[in-house]
Write a protein that binds this ligand. Structure first.
Ligand SMILES: *[C@@H]1O[C@H](CO)[C@@H](O)[C@H](O)[C@H]1NC(C)=O
Ligand SMILES: *[C@@H]1O[C@H](CO)[C@@H](O)[C@H](O)[C@H]1NC(C)=O
Length: 350
């Protein structure tokens, strides 16, 4: 559904498909196009899961991971270098590494299996490495080959993207969980063997969302990549920042407002959440964030839903249900009818 014109490399997996025609043998750990074919469906599935996670994590933010934001490469169109771009790179890169690693553990690839390199060694107080650890080393190496290859430039943007790709991979590694099994007389657990497992991908997404809020802005002069000295300065700057952190070069635009040039829809018409369901703090404040703080009113829309309910089983053999009507109230941002004086929107927090 995301496929655009084949000649434009917009989303990571269309980039991947496109690269298959131009890929050279040397780019590979293994042997060229054959290796490419083995991993490409997994890479594409991983990029897709990164995009889905982005949409989940930003569902109640002013910027909600719109398709336009997902162009990852230098091919085609406008490239931004803000905090949101940073997140898109990190989550896509994480998705690809995660999926390759999971595929490996499931035995989907002939040349890869559990990471048992440390098995038998002492891991810590009272436990030994053992069992089947997810092979993140494999996922990391292969995903790097695919995702980082999309950055061909030598400017600050390319350096930023590579840094954030790495941050995504670090997030996968950093959220892995130690799982242990007890040994000893009747489960006395005198010794344990432990292995490392991937978390749910949701956890990687949540971790990167925190990194997004804490992203660091790097100040680099325009055109710094045009000379050898400038490229050196870029490399030094990025090297001084931990690859666990997301970095960006530009400030974000005002996502309250529609801006066709930037492909932004603004928040008018967006749904937000109020009471009712068990909402987290971030969701509970969504109406203020999306509507109120953007100078928009919250419009209540009531609707009725009809569904089957109170179903009873009659001997034998029929099920009879009643039709229940349920009122649902939804909230949307809309342009205020009577703008109140002086309460224009405040830019600032996203
Ligand atoms: C890897 O996993 C993804 C998602 O779980 C799946 O769609 C894909 O087919 C798998 N790849 C291989 C080579 O089995
Ligand atoms: C859209 O964004 C661009 C770049 O930030 C800006 O120059 C332009 O004024 C904006 N347009 C509108 C209609 O806000």
């Amino acid at each position: 559904m995301f496929l655009m014109e084949p000649s434009v490399c917009i989303f990571l997996f269309t980039c991947v498909l496109q690269l298959s025609h131009t890929w050279s043998v040397n780019n590979f750990l293994m042997t060229g196009p054959k290796a490419y074919l083995i991993y490409s469906s997994s890479v594409a599935a991983g990029a897709q899961s990164g995009i889905e996670e982005c949409k989940y994590q930003f569902a109640w933010d002013r910027w909600n991971c719109p398709e336009r934001a997902l162009q990852l490469s230098s091919h085609g169109g406008l490239r931004s270098a803000n905090r949101e771009t940073a997140f898109v790179h990190a989550i896509s890169s994480a998705g690809v590494m995660y999926t390759l690693t999971r595929n490996c553990s499931l035995g989907d690839f002939d040349n890869c299996g559990c990471d048992d390199s440390r098995n038998g060694q002492l891991g810590g107080q009272g436990w030994l490495w053992g069992g089947c650890s997810d092979n993140v080393g494999f996922g990391e190496a292969i995903s790097k080959q695919f995702v980082d290859a999309l950055e061909t430039g030598q400017d600050a943007r390319a350096a930023m993207n590579l840094h954030n790709n790495e941050a995504g991979r670090k997030a996968v590694k950093g959220t892995m969980k130690r799982t242990c099994k007890c040994h000893g007389v009747s489960g006395s657990c005198t010794t344990q063997t432990c292995w490392l497992q991937l978390p749910e991908f949701r956890e990687v997404g949540a971790h990167l969302k925190e990194k997004y809020h804490a992203a660091l802005k790097v100040d680099l002069l325009q055109g710094a990549g045009n000379s050898a000295a400038g490229r050196g300065a870029i490399a030094d700057t990025f090297r001084s920042i931990s690859t666990r952190e997301l970095v960006h070069l530009e400030d974000s635009p005002d996502y309250c407002l529609e801006n066709k040039t930037l492909g932004l829809l603004g928040t008018e018409g967006r749904e937000c959440l109020r009471r009712g369901r068990a909402l987290g703090r971030w969701e509970r404040r969504s109406c203020r964030r999306l509507c109120g703080d953007c100078g928009l009113a919250v419009e209540e829309r009531r609707a009725e839903t009809v569904s089957s309910c109170n179903c009873k089983f009659h001997w034998c053999c029929a099920v009879r249900c009643e039709q229940c009507r349920r009122r649902v109230t939804k909230y949307f941002c809309s342009r205020a009818d009577r703008p109140r004086g002086g309460t224009a929107h405040k830019p600032g927090r996203k």
